[in-house]
Each structure stands twice: as C-alpha cells, then as structure tokens.
Design a protein around this ligand. Structure first.
Ligand code: SF4
Ligand code: SF4
Ligand code: FES
Length: 344
C-alpha cells in the first residue's frame, strides 16, 4: 500500500520544515522499518536513533502522529487505524479517508533538536541523576554474597524496573514544559523504585528530598500524559502518587504548602462536596492566618477577581456532599486496611 510519511526535519538552531516521502509498505511494517527504507533507498541524510529494533533499548523514541512512542513498536496498520478513529471522531478535521494515508513523524518534545529526529537528551539524564538512582547500602553491613529479598519485596520493583529510559514520558510532560526545575516522570518513577527497594538505607532522606519544592512530586500536574504514552506500562504518574502518599504519611500540613494543599483539598471536598475556594486560599496560601506574607500575596488576585465579578462571595455545599464524603471515607478506610495488612 502507498503511504506518505511527513517528517519534521531540522538542524540545530534552524527552523523546522516538513519533508514528505512516499513509500510502498505493508501494514505490519514498523515505523522504524519505514524510516530505514527512506534512509536506505531515498534520503541518506535523514537522522534518527535506533538500535535493538525490539522495544528493548529505548533509542527510537519520537512523535508519531502527534504522540511520543517507539518507532520499533508502532506499525503502519495500527497507526492508520488510530488515524481513522481520530478522523471519525472529528468529522470536521478536513481529513478524508479517501486521501492517501499519511503518517507524521516529529522529534520528541521538551528537548532541543540536534538533527531531524535526534534530540539532545542531556536534561533527561541530568534529571535522572538528580534523584540519586542507585541503591544505597552505605551504612549497612554488606553480605558476603548476594543481598537477599523476599519474592514480595522483589515484586515491588517489577513495574518501575521495566523502564527502558526512552524519554517518551519526558517528551509529553506538561509540568516539565513550564517548570525547568521539575525532574520529570522518568526520574520520579525511578525515585519510587529506590523508595520501594528493601535494600536501600536512604528511604527517609529520599522521601524528604522528593517531596521538597516543585522539582519533585509536587511539581506534577497529574495530566496523565506520561501514563498514556509509556510503552512499558511503567505508569510514572502512579509511582509519583505513591511517593506523595509516603510524604503525606510522614508530614503534617505545617511542613510545607504542597502538603497543606493536598490535605486541605481533601478536607474541603469532604466538607462540602466540592472546594470552597475562599477557604482554600486562606488555608493553603495563608496557612489559616499564620502566614501573613502568603496571605497578602493573595490580595492582588483577590482584587482582580472582585473587579471582574469572579470572587465567590458565598458557598453552597454540593447536593451530593454526603455521597462524596462517604466515598472519600471508604477510600481512606481501604488505604488504611491496605497499609495495615502490608505492615503485618
Ligand atoms: S517511564 Fe516509560 S516512557 Fe518514561 S522513560 Fe521509562 S519507559 Fe520511557
Ligand atoms: S502526570 Fe505529571 S509527570 Fe506525568 S506527564 Fe503529567 S505532569 Fe508530567
Ligand atoms: S530500536 Fe530499541 S527500542 Fe526501538
């Protein structure tokens, strides 16, 4: 079948442009097969990374039809089926199913382009390094032979251990895009792997470190993109959630604003079924009148909201408040039971 490949090409510090290649391919051909065919038969100047061709090395991350993925994992047939679904759901998109099928390929995001589909992953590696991704046994007696773990302890490492450091999650991370301090989903998934490792002796220091400021877990906006693109089902956002829970189990709402934000949000939703925004600002930013500087920082925003008629003067509890409360109570009880059974 005839398929067009629109490839975003670029040299460092130059404007990107699109180059279109026409290929005769089979539905089962991977996107990497197609890029190889372009490079070997049509244009040897096209640059992209690859190695294992088998979803192992993580080298071939790129944006395929708008989302980051591995070129050796996705194939022509599944990509075209995906495009058909998108165009069926958006009949006004201007795309006709009669057109020659077209697959777009672009470099990953959140990292500068070196050439074509090859990006500079320095910040990705530096941020991984920032979470100290090595098991520490410094203060422990090192056994003469291996460090034994129970099967249950080892099982806790399986999901995060599947990460092949491909960069797809980092490429799509919204928090990373606006906050240059945020270390990114790959690093925090690895951070949870360290927290969960029974051999590591730095758990408390790690949890404090990962829960400080917005470079760690509190910088995540919970957009879910990392979970949706990860080719290895590492679910970085879920791992971030587990670290957050470890932080919340240890710190009260006076420790920092992020912890307060989380606890106040749950308290207010439990109270009224949704958030009373007036109390939210006072409790989180103003720390219930303890933080006068924080409180005064709300002034300009408050005045602007009043001027635009957007300041909520009253608060009506939601009609489903009792139901919401019982749901939260049930989840909290289930979590408490889970914690109790895992410590017994
Ligand atoms: S968490 Fe998933 S998407 Fe992110 S680097 Fe690891 S394998 Fe790739
Ligand atoms: S869920 Fe958090 S870590 Fe994952 S992509 Fe969104 S902001 Fe980034
Ligand atoms: S070439 Fe190794 S993961 Fe794609």
């Amino acid at each position: 079948m005839q398929v067009l490949f629109q490839v975003v090409r670029q040299n460092a510090n130059s404007e990107p442009h699109i180059q279109t290649y026409s290929l005769d391919v089979e539905p089962g051909n991977t996107i990497l097969d197609c890029l190889n065919q372009i490079k070997w038969e049509q244009d040897g100047t096209l640059a992209f990374r690859k190695n294992c061709r088998n979803t192992i090395c993580g080298s071939c991350g790129m944006r395929i039809n708008g989302r980051s993925a591995l070129a050796c994992k996705e194939n022509v047939g599944s990509e075209l089926a995906r495009l058909q679904q998108i165009s069926a759901a958006n009949p006004d998109s201007g795309k006709s199913l009669e057109d020659i099928p077209t697959i777009t390929i672009a470099p990953m995001g959140n990292m500068p382009v070196i050439k074509d589909l090859v990006v500079d992953m320095k910040s990705f590696w530096d941020n991984l390094d920032a979470v100290d991704p090595y098991v520490s046994t410094q203060s422990r007696h090192i056994p003469e032979r291996e460090f034994l773990q129970t099967p249950e302890e080892r099982d806790r490492l399986n999901q995060t251990g599947n990460c092949i450091l491909c960069g797809a999650c980092y490429s799509e991370c919204n928090a990373r895009q606006v906050n240059p301090d945020f270390v990114g989903p790959h690093a925090l998934a690895k951070a949870y792997r360290m927290v969960a490792d029974s051999r590591d002796d730095q758990t408390e220091a790690r949890i404090e470190n990962y829960g400080t400021g917005t470079q760690g877990v509190w910088g995540c906006t919970r957009c879910y993109f990392c979970n949706s693109v990860c080719p290895m089902e590492v679910a970085p956002m879920d791992q971030i959630g587990k670290i957050k829970q470890e932080v919340l189990d240890r710190q009260d709402d006076q420790t920092n604003r992020s912890v307060r934000h989380r606890k106040v949000l749950i308290d207010l939703v439990k109270d009224g079924g949704w958030i009373d925004e007036r109390r939210f600002g006072l409790k989180v930013v103003g720390n219930s009148f303890r933080d006068l500087r924080g409180l005064s920082s709300l002034g300009p925003l408050g005045f602007r909201m009043i001027a635009k008629g957007k300041f909520p003067l009253g608060f009506e509890p939601s009609e489903g408040a009792a139901q919401v409360r019982s749901l939260i109570n049930a989840v909290q009880q289930a979590e408490a039971n889970q914690t109790e059974s895992s410590t017994n």
